[in-house]
Design a protein around this ligand. Structure first.
Ligand SMILES: Nc1ncnc2c1ncn2[C@@H]1O[C@H](COP(=O)(O)OP(=O)(O)OP(=O)(O)O)[C@@H](O)[C@H]1O
Ligand SMILES: [Mg+2]
Length: 365
């Protein structure tokens, strides 16, 4: 099995990285870069609620890892000047776990429920009632003699986050007054985030170096900040500590992150598709064998970004390389090469700012 370790461009973070990230988190809405529509709608909603002196609507944030959901939840509490209680779906294994949290909330507190789609089913029902009526029904006893004792809880604001909005049952989704869909960021926003982070880390980042890093960050602030730290390390060891475009290029070449943010696995998949299968169409498992990986790894780890940035198209007959893939890998397509039907070479943008399936923007109900 080939070993394509995915750490540099993974959108997920391990515990160490989460600790480092805290320092780079914007604390107020005004410092939160990009996602203009979400930011504006949220700002209006928060100000309206404050003017009325009431807890604002519950907020659901959906979007891929590293796009700023946790950051925004903390900002909501900060903007309201309210305390923040943090828990997560996996921590709520039974309804009693949730009752314990809800019954100890203070008025106006913000409850952040991360990975809300992983909460236990019976707790979901308790949450519906709590969100709507600020009440929990505590079950006392077991079997036929069990009774529900209603318990009033303080009005609070629930902020739920999920990377898998599709997994939320409709009744739960409907109880959020505001849903923010977090999109991938365009390169200009990523550059602003990089300059902001560089300021906090006290590193000297040249504008063209920021552009270079932003273009390789796959539309994701977490990856941008991570690449910035890698380039900084490189600059400290191999240079005078200043981040120039050449240092950024050399560092990212060392970490095998190419000009579009593809890493070794992504390139191996593209290379196999182009050189072994003449650009496809080829089935997923055949392609995976050629790369020496499990089909699932290819499908879950590599493919989404390759599809999103228009290098690969999924067709009923299998995976097909687009013209953009041939061009990016610097290989001349054979005259009979199939190109992804209906997929323009430029689908998805160089910076990976293409919208994910399911649409962009945000909605308020
Ligand atoms: N809009 C933004 N402006 C500035 N920095 C951002 C922005 N969005 C995210 N970041 C930075 O990216 C990192 C990851 O963000 P965050 O932890 O909020 O992502 P997340 O969506 O909660 O990810 P996960 O799904 O893995 O929990 C943080 O260091 C944060 O500071
Ligand atoms: Mg998070």
């Amino acid at each position: 099995m080939a070993d394509y370790e995915r750490d540099t461009v993974s959108p997920e973070a391990d515990l160490d990285e989460r600790a480092i990230e805290g320092a780079l988190r914007p604390k107020r809405l005004a410092d939160f870069v990009g996602q203009e529509r979400v930011r504006e709608q949220l700002s209006l909603m928060l100000r309206g609620a404050q003017r009325r002196g009431r807890a604002p609507d519950h907020v659901l944030m959906s979007g891929g890892p590293g796009l700023g959901k946790t950051t925004l939840a903390m900002i909501i509490a900060a903007e309201l000047g309210a305390p923040l209680r943090i828990t997560s779906g996996p921590a709520i294994e039974r309804s009693g776990d949730l009752a314990a949290v809800l019954s100890t909330l203070h008025e106006g507190e913000v409850l952040f429920l991360d990975e809300i789609h992983r909460m236990a089913r019976p707790a979901e029902e308790m949450l519906y009632v709590a969100m709507e009526d600020f009440r929990v029904d505590v079950m006392v006893g077991k079997g036929p003699g069990a009774t529900a004792i209603p318990l009033d809880i303080a009005p609070f604001t629930l902020v739920g986050a999920t990377t898998r909005a599709g997994l939320l049952p409709a009744p739960l989704r409907d109880r959020f007054g505001f849903t923010a869909h977090m999109d991938f960021y365009d390169p200009a926003d990523l550059e602003r985030i990089l300059h902001r982070s560089a300021g906090l880390l006290q590193v000297d980042l040249a504008p063209d170096a920021a552009a270079e890093i932003a273009g390789r960050s796959r539309g994701t602030p977490r990856i941008a900040n991570r690449l910035l730290r890698r380039v900084r390390d490189y600059a400290e060891v191999h240079g005078d500590g200043r981040l120039t475009r050449d240092t950024a290029r050399a560092a990212l070449a060392l970490y095998e992150v190419d000009a579009h943010g593809l890493d070794r696995l992504d390139r191996a998949v593209l290379d196999a598709l182009l050189t072994k299968f003449r650009g496809g169409p080829v089935g997923l498992s055949t392609l995976a064998v050629a790369v020496g990986e499990e089909p699932e790894t290819v499908e879950v780890v590599a493919e989404p970004f390759l599809v999103r940035s228009g290098f690969i198209a999924r067709t009923p007959r299998g995976r097909v390389a687009t013209a953009r893939a041939w061009e990016h890998m610097g290989i001349t397509p054979p005259p009979d090469a199939a190109f992804g039907a209906g997929v323009p070479a430029a689908a998805g943008d160089a910076g990976g700012a293409a919208a994910p399936p399911g649409g962009a923007g945000s909605s308020q109900s």
